[in-house]
Design a protein around this ligand. Structure first.
Ligand code: EPU
Length: 421
């Protein structure tokens, strides 16, 4: 296992390019299974999660090759409907193959994803949606067994149940409905840019979809889809992470090849916190000149502040004078970074789904443990500003979701190295 050694008191300066979106590309890779023809996906980040999905596609019988950001997927005509525990357990997004396999093969056997460090993550909405499309679903021995006697049938689906909306459930249902017979209307659909990207990919393949990006998506099923070339959107969470990195280090960073319109809530919060933001067409410049101001953040579904930037926002709050409050509405237990930030001198109190952060004058470097992808990013940000050296252990979490993290941070002036634990 690798660890990162980060020297603190960094001041980031320069330019950084954002990679393709992890959470957009994973469902798109599953969607490629909907045609027998080859699809070519561009702007694909080289991440562990992408490699895991490549392995899963291959184990299903598809050809998949990733080279220099270009991923070629050829599903062919001999797909197997089986996604094993060994692959699904390492990455929840594997559950995305359920909809496409069911739509193409009429059956799918996919392992239940199981527990996750950020709290319970059920898949009841995925199953509710697929059942509404006339799939018969059973859960047995830790696997979801789904099958349909003839073709899936379009219908009206309310994709909720008191939890708000779900990104991957919306994706799974959309991927099944594009090949169903007749019309499907999904209400309470997730509106995240990754859902829109998936819909755009499917539309290029020949699917008939309207309303993506709103809570009501209408899909008219078609008989067949074709392979296509497609470029994935930039990763808004990676971009947001570098925005917080610049803010926390009193930096001046131009973040390029991103979509500022995907981060309006984050830009607004950073401005409230006293950080200067200049917006350009595909870039933002984040510069901290004056004092930070305390602020409150509540995570909610898009277009509100994303849960995947909650930990990074908290890192900034730890050194912001006064009291800031974060309320986590998507995953109420997503606070594993709190005790680790505490080891670096942060003063944070948990009250149910809220964290009350008392700003301290400085953090100090310490050995800390990464627990999930975004918590790890928060520890790296805290390390950049802390006094002395921080050792972030178990950084395989970071390798799941941040392409070239050390390289990009080093180019911005950070002192950071990777060592074997
Ligand atoms: N939920 C249910 N039932 C379901 C599905 C979800 O109750 O069947 C609830 C969850 O418990 C949670 C909420 O709905 O409270 C949102 O979960 P969602 O299903 O949207 O999460 P997801 O689609 O599995 C994606 C991202 C996550 C991100 C969330 C929220 C991918 C691969 N993952 O997960 O990303 O946090 O949406 O925006 O797209 C990450 O990148 O670090 C990450 C965890």
């Amino acid at each position: 296992m690798d660890k990162l050694i980060i020297r603190g008191r960094a001041r980031l300066k320069g330019e950084v390019d954002i990679s393709g979106s992890k959470n957009a590309v994973l469902p798109i890779m599953a969607a490629a299974l909907l045609s027998e023809e080859e699809s070519v996906i561009e702007n694909v980040p080289n991440l562990w999660d992408v490699q895991t999905m490549v392995k899963l596609l291959r184990s299903l019988g598809a050809k998949a090759i990733l080279e220099s950001g270009v991923l070629k997927i050829k599903p062919g005509n001999h797909l197997k409907p089986f996604a094993p525990y060994k692959l699904v357990k390492t990455m929840r997004a594997s559950v995305c193959v359920l909809g496409p396999l069911l739509a193409r093969l009429g059956e799918a056997e996919v392992s239940l994803p199981g527990g996750c460090a950020i709290g319970p993550r059920p898949i009841d909405l995925h199953l509710k949606g697929l059942e509404a499309l006339s799939a018969e679903i059973q859960i047995d021995h830790g696997y979801v067994h789904a099958k349909v006697t003839s073709r899936l049938r379009g219908t009206d689906i309310y994709l909720g149940g008191g939890y708000g909306s779900s990104v991957l459930a919306t994706g799974n249902v959309m991927m099944a409905a594009v090949l169903a017979q007749g019309r499907t209307v999904v209400e309470n659909a997730a509106c995240e840019p990754e859902v829109v990207d998936l819909a755009n990919f499917l539309k290029k393949m020949g699917a008939k979809i309207q309303g993506e990006g709103s809570p009501r998506i209408e899909i008219e099923g078609v008989k067949k889809l074709r392979g296509v070339s497609y470029r994935v959107i930039p990763d808004r969470i990676e971009a947001g992470t570098y925005m917080f990195a610049s803010a926390i280090t009193q930096g001046d960073v131009l973040i390029r090849k991103m979509e500022p319109g995907h981060l309006n809530a984050v830009i607004d919060k950073l401005q409230q916190a006293g950080v200067r933001i200049e917006k350009y067409k595909n870039a933002v410049r984040v510069k901290r000149i004056g004092k930070l101001r305390a602020s409150d953040v509540t995570t909610l579904a898009y277009p509100a502040f994303p849960t995947d930037l909650q930990a990074q926002a908290m890192a900034l709050m730890t050194i912001t004078p006064g009291i800031s409050i974060i309320t986590e509405k998507i995953y109420p237990n997503r606070f594993m970074h709190v005790p680790e930030l505490g080891r670096m001198g942060a003063k944070i109190f948990l009250e149910g789904p809220s964290a009350i952060v008392h700003g301290v004058r400085k953090l100090s470097g310490a050995p800390v443990m990464a627990s999930d992808l975004r918590a790890s990013a928060a520890l790296v940000l805290a390390a950049l500003v802390a006094e002395g050296e921080t050792e972030v252990q178990r950084i395989y979490h970071l390798d799941r979701g941040y392409e070239d993290l050390e390289k990009k941070l080093t180019a911005l002036g950070a002192t950071i190295r990777r060592e074997k634990e």
